[in-house]
Design a binder for this molecule. Structure first.
Ligand code: ATP
Ligand code: MN
Length: 414
């Protein structure tokens, strides 16, 4: 049976009597198909092909082989494709991202990212959560202004790009109960770690009538649903296997075991025992998080952080007000993948905290209104999609988990 295939050439090997061409079908460019060419005229044609030329071929299946019967070049490169087989430096490849994503590796990463995102959304919708669309142009910060990207003057005042949708989701629970959003958050991160981007895809959820334990459980269900979704997708699980080598049992354990929960104080104790110079009240940075999670085989929640370390809106523990209902979920040998917690729902306590931190109550008038008019207990969390993919695929750098990364120190954008 003769089939027609439209595809992009990837590489070729031309011998005297036979040629092999690896192509990527237009419909599914992440799958590589090998074509076999035996006709001397067609071998000549193949010899002229450049990487990424678009071809249309009639092929016949002969045993295991797809033998080419006819070949037409639909779009020929106007110049040789700039990314050749030879090793290129990271800077060149970043400048060429718009073409590099046609390669062999990137389509696999972005396919897994698609499955991760879709599994998350499907899970949340199946649980009855409603997707909402918060704005990205904002007037005041969620957590203080240092990391906000200013938008050039728009009318009489300056605005910023959103760094979290949380405050808007908190308003939306009064409309729809349990909500989530998937938006782009922008943060002027100048530290340049392997897990920070200046722009990332942020999955945030907020739920009315939800307490601290409820929101921990919700995050555990979400992470398990994402991993299950990836493992159930034949292509995605194949790719994950390829990228992670043999480390798949970790994912099976993640699905089966309950995620341990330790307090911040216990985390400090563990770190001290491991010889880290740290004391209560200190921040857990990326290094500490990695060391802390070394001994855990499944994700672990670190709960009840010092109030001073977390945002003004986190609810304090009533009989221990120096700590608050905030938790970070940490992946083994990696660190933070989500932050979540219960929000302060009392008008007066929230107002007091805003003032105590030197913030301006008038900047938070609408946020305070949510508590002024029939408040409700509520909780939420945020998860970074690129971070999830970074760790899931054991990528060298988070910037490979997004097609067009933005990060500090790089001003030429593709
Ligand atoms: P970190 O302490 O690692 O800088 P954060 O505590 O500032 O993160 P949150 O405000 O808690 O981040 O955001 C929720 C989630 O969004 C994080 O747990 C992480 O998965 C993701 N995230 C936050 N900042 C970034 C970033 N710069 N790049 C990629 N993902 C991020
Ligand atoms: Mn956090």
């Amino acid at each position: 049976m003769v089939e027609r295939i439209k595809a992009r050439t990837l590489r070729k090997r031309v011998l005297k009597r036979i040629a092999f061409v690896d192509v990527k079908p237009v419909e599914a460019p992440r799958r590589i198909v090998q074509l076999v060419v035996k006709d001397p005229k067609l071998i000549e044609e193949v010899d002229k092909l450049d990487m990424q030329d678009l071809i249309e071929a009639e092929v016949e299946r002969v045993g295991e082989d797809l033998v080419v019967k006819s070949l037409k070049v639909l779009f020929k490169n106007l110049e040789p494709f700039p990314i050749a087989k030879k090793e290129h430096g990271p800077d060149f490849l970043l400048r060429m991202r718009h073409l590099a994503i046609r390669g062999i590796r990137y389509p696999k990463i972005f396919y897994v990212e698609h499955v991760v995102t879709w599994s998350a959304i499907k899970h949340l919708v199946d649980e009855g959560r409603k997707r909402v669309h918060p704005p990205l142009i904002i007037a005041s910060a969620t957590e203080g202004g240092a990391i906000l990207f200013p938008v050039d003057r728009f009318g009489e005042r300056k605005f910023f790009l959103s760094e979290s949708a949380q405050l808007y989701l908190e308003a939306m629970i009064f409309a729809l109960g349990k909500v989530f959003s998937l938006t782009t958050s922008s943060r002027m991160e100048k530290s340049r770690t392997r897990r920070h981007l200046a722009e990332f895809r942020h999955l945030e959820a907020e739920a009315a009538d939800y307490g601290f334990e409820d929101i921990l459980d919700a995050q555990e269900r979400l992470v398990k649903a994402i991993v299950r979704g990836v493992l159930e997708d034949e292509d995605a699980s194949e790719i994950v296997k390829e990228f992670r080598g043999k480390r798949m049992d970790e994912l099976d354990r993640l699905l089966k075991e309950k995620f341990p929960r330790i307090t911040y104080d216990e985390a400090i104790e563990i770190l001290r025992k491991k010889g880290v110079d740290i004391k209560r009240g200190d921040d857990l940075g990326a290094d500490e998080e990695r060391i802390l999670t070394e001994d855990f085989e499944v994700p672990v929640f670190v709960t009840l952080y010092p109030t001073e370390q977390k945002a003004f809106y986190v609810k304090r523990v009533p009989d221990r007000p120096e700590v608050c209902y905030s938790a970070d979920l940490m992946l083994p040998r990696y660190g933070e993948i989500t932050t979540g917690g219960e929000r302060e729902d009392d008008y007066y306590k929230l107002l007091e905290e805003i003032k105590r931190r030197g913030l301006k109550p008038e900047d938070y008038r609408r946020y305070l209104d949510l508590r002024k008019y029939g408040s409700i207990r509520h909780s939420g969390y945020g998860l970074g999609i690129e971070r999830f993919v970074h760790r899931l695929l054991d990528l060298e750098h988070i910037r490979d988990a997004t097609p067009f990364p933005r990060f500090y120190g790089r001003s030429t954008f593709v």
